[in-house]
Design a protein around this ligand. Sequence first.
Ligand SMILES: Cc1ncc(COP(=O)(O)O)c(C=O)c1O
Length: 444
Amino acid sequence: MTNTKLDRRLFMKGVGAAAFVTGAVNLPAASAYAKGMGSMGMSMAYDLNEEYNRIGAGDFKWDGIRKMNRPYDVPYPMGVADMDFRTCPHVTEALQTRLNNECWGYEAAPEDYIDNIVAWNKARYNQTVNPKSIKNSLGVLDGVTSVLRTVTKPGDKIILHTPNYSSFFHVIPDALCELAESDLILNKDGTYDFDYDDTERLLKEGASAIIICNPQNPTGNCWTAEQLGKIGDLAEKYNAFVVADEIHCDFVNKHAKYTPYAAVNSTNAKNSATFKSASKSFNLAAHRTAYMFCDDPDFMDRVEREANHYRALMHTMGTIASNAAYKHGAQYMDDMQAYMDKNAHILQDFCAKEMKDVNYKAHEGTYLAWIDCSKVAKKLGNPMGNETVGDMMQRFFIQKAGVNLNPGEHYGRTGEGYMRMNLATQHSRLHRALEAMQSAIKNI
Ligand SMILES: Cc1ncc(COP(=O)(O)O)c(C=O)c1O
């Protein structure tokens, strides 16, 4: 193990960073100093180019996928949605401080935890969050399930616009409900829209809730105020509840904008609950800490009572980590956004110039790219046995390029031919992965 104090010093570049580690300045001052030093709007405060070694940490993305695919090596695991970067040094510092006390009982969140959630959303998105309505959750999906259980009856239909995040297909039956799938419409410019007529049809048939993922995993779409307003109006007309999963909201590429569902108008605010977490933004997924809020604190109390959500107390290290992230991590997040924007453009340029069998246009939000590999699938021919087209491509890219991607079919019935590629890695690794994919495709 390397010395973490030294590591942090190396990770945060420049005078401001060194001063932060020694405690001589607070982060806002260090950030202000660093800001504007770099190109592309990056502060260069954090060395995101460092190819941090995750092997042996026990995570699914690296160790899990490599174990599953032996004897093949998978040097480019680009599946599971977490990041290959160290978290923000303030997070590590806060966790280390708590470790100094070796007693681990039931605990309350840090005193300024709620204030920092409110401040983060206000400062970055001008979103006003009612602090009284904020409830903790041991993960976004746990909260989504609790809210769905509160607003639906067993057997109700829940609308999911697909392709959409694969775990929603499990959350809906977990809430004792049934899936009502509505295909998204692919626009000519590569963005997506909802099929409002189809959504209305499903609502007329009795669907009682809609899950919106914003920005959307896996398409990377950021929904506009107009689109979210139309969904809100439809929900209002048919008395349906909207679950707005905005866990990816901190990742928005430069040409795009994240609009919080609940901030669009009072109708949307009234008929929804929003779910967020610092877990994607600061790579804290296994810390099991998320939060949810809505316009009406009484509704959130109902969720606690009716879905037994009060059992979802809190995770000691998760709340400490998330609190430090929101309190001190604005600069880290700005840097990360610019870095992810560049990755999207690296991929776009590579597909346009070197890997024409893969079609991709820089997406809007999340760090996930939804790449059209239908030409590759065609070249590969028929899947084996029970494989889907996506399984076949996953096997091909693992075995021939050492790259793991997620099959498009995991995200809904229109996913065939697509693969989801996690871009949350270093530029250098991304380049090597793309070169390996290109060479594998050439040799089909
Ligand atoms: C849209 C979306 N929601 C929720 C989650 C999972 O969140 P949690 O682990 O907090 O339940 C993910 C993880 O990839 C996701 O992409």
